[in-house]
Design a protein around this ligand. Structure first.
Ligand code: AMP
Ligand code: MG
Length: 328
């Protein structure tokens, strides 16, 4: 069994034990305010290689480095633009990842061989204390097998990664429930590579017009932007999105129907689940719900498509990827 230690606060002795494992090149999963991360010493290429092996992550998909403050971030880039100063002042610690030109300090494996590095200062007290105690940036992608659902509970990490992780710090359920917003600052204009808890309007208010990456990359194709494979964040059950209020005329097998704001009448035998028409609340709950439905053995999940406005951007993105069918 993987070791799992409960952490009560930022001075819990478990954090110091975890930090010494990280300094020794081992893997530790820990809570952040978005999802659980699979951490390794971000300056140790062998340790980072352990993350790729544990997740089954393609070498073309770079990892985010987690830092405790702006000074640590600046040491990892060759250029720190003014926009980064403004964004970090407003959103760090918090669920915003900045992509910047990497300095020579960043190992190639962290960058997937590219010229840039992704940096984030997480807001969870346990994550911050762990980074400080380790005394170095931590590479920490979501602590799940590649393409699977991200973990919002320590138990999700244990069941996805098992023995591959040396220690799991259990800090309870994560707050945001969806991965950080990723903003690329290396081009002429800033560009959102992954929508997340911080929306385009909040970013644009600080840095002016923000482009959005809307494309999709399919399995086996070269990725236009790293980590942008279409099928991702997927439950085991088949997930289909439908117009709100559609309901289900009939269904065979174990089927769950997820309504937003209200539930239509459903035939007997179909499990109806009601989520509020509130993007943040759905973001917090989404992965945990999909994990629960997988664990309960549902074959098919039918979920109502969220509204088209920007508040739902991150939830729509994850649902689109979670419901993408593998191409032959
Ligand atoms: P996760 O594995 O859930 O932490 O996701 C990390 C995301 O950050 C992936 O989508 C990566 O492609 C993205 N990422 C990490 N480093 C970079 C980078 N240098 N440039 C662009 N995206 C990056
Ligand atoms: Mg992930």
């Amino acid at each position: 069994m993987t070791r799992l230690l409960h952490v009560a606060g930022s001075d819990d002795p478990a954090i110091f034990e975890a930090a010494s494992l990280l300094r020794a090149g081992r893997l530790v999963a820990f809570p952040t305010e978005t999802v659980y991360g699979l951490g390794a010493d971000g300056l140790n290429p062998e340790a980072v290689a352990g993350i790729y092996a544990a997740k089954g992550r393609p070498a073309t998909n770079p990892v985010i480095l987690h830092v405790a403050d702006v000074a640590a971030a600046r040491a990892l880039v060759s250029h720190w633009p003014e926009a980064a100063t403004d964004l970090a002042a407003r959103f760090w610690p918090g669920p915003l990842t900045l992509v910047l030109p990497a300095s020579a300090a960043v190992p190639a494996i962290v960058r997937a061989g590219g010229p840039s590095v992704a940096l984030r200062c997480p807001a969870h007290p346990v994550a911050l204390a762990l980074i400080r105690a380790a005394g170095r940036p931590l590479a920490a992608p979501s602590a799940n097998r590649s393409q699977h659902l991200s973990p919002t509970l320590a138990q999700h990490v244990a069941s996805s990664l098992g023995e591959a992780v040396d220690l799991i710090l259990d800090g309870g359920p994560t707050e945001a429930g969806l991965e950080s917003t990723i903003l690329d600052l290396t081009g002429e204009r800033s560009r959102i590579l992954r929508p997340g808890p911080i929306g385009p309007a909040e970013l644009a208010a600080l840095v002016g017009p923000v482009d959005r990456w809307e494309g999709a990359v399919h399995a086996g194709e070269v990725q236009a932007a790293p980590g942008m494979a279409e099928r991702h964040y997927a439950p085991r059950a088949r997930l289909d999105l439908v117009a709100p209020g559609t309901g289900l005329p009939e269904a065979s097998g174990a089927v769950a129907y997820v309504g937003l704001g209200k539930l239509p009448a459903l035939p007997a035998g179909i499990r109806g689940i009601l989520l509020p028409l509130d993007a943040d609340a759905v973001g917090t709950r989404l992965y945990a719900l999909l994990h629960e439905l997988d664990d309960a053995g549902f074959d098919r999940i039918v979920m109502e498509r969220p509204p088209e406005d920007d508040a739902w951007l991150a939830v729509r993105d994850r649902l689109r990827r979670a419901s993408a069918k593998e191409r032959p």
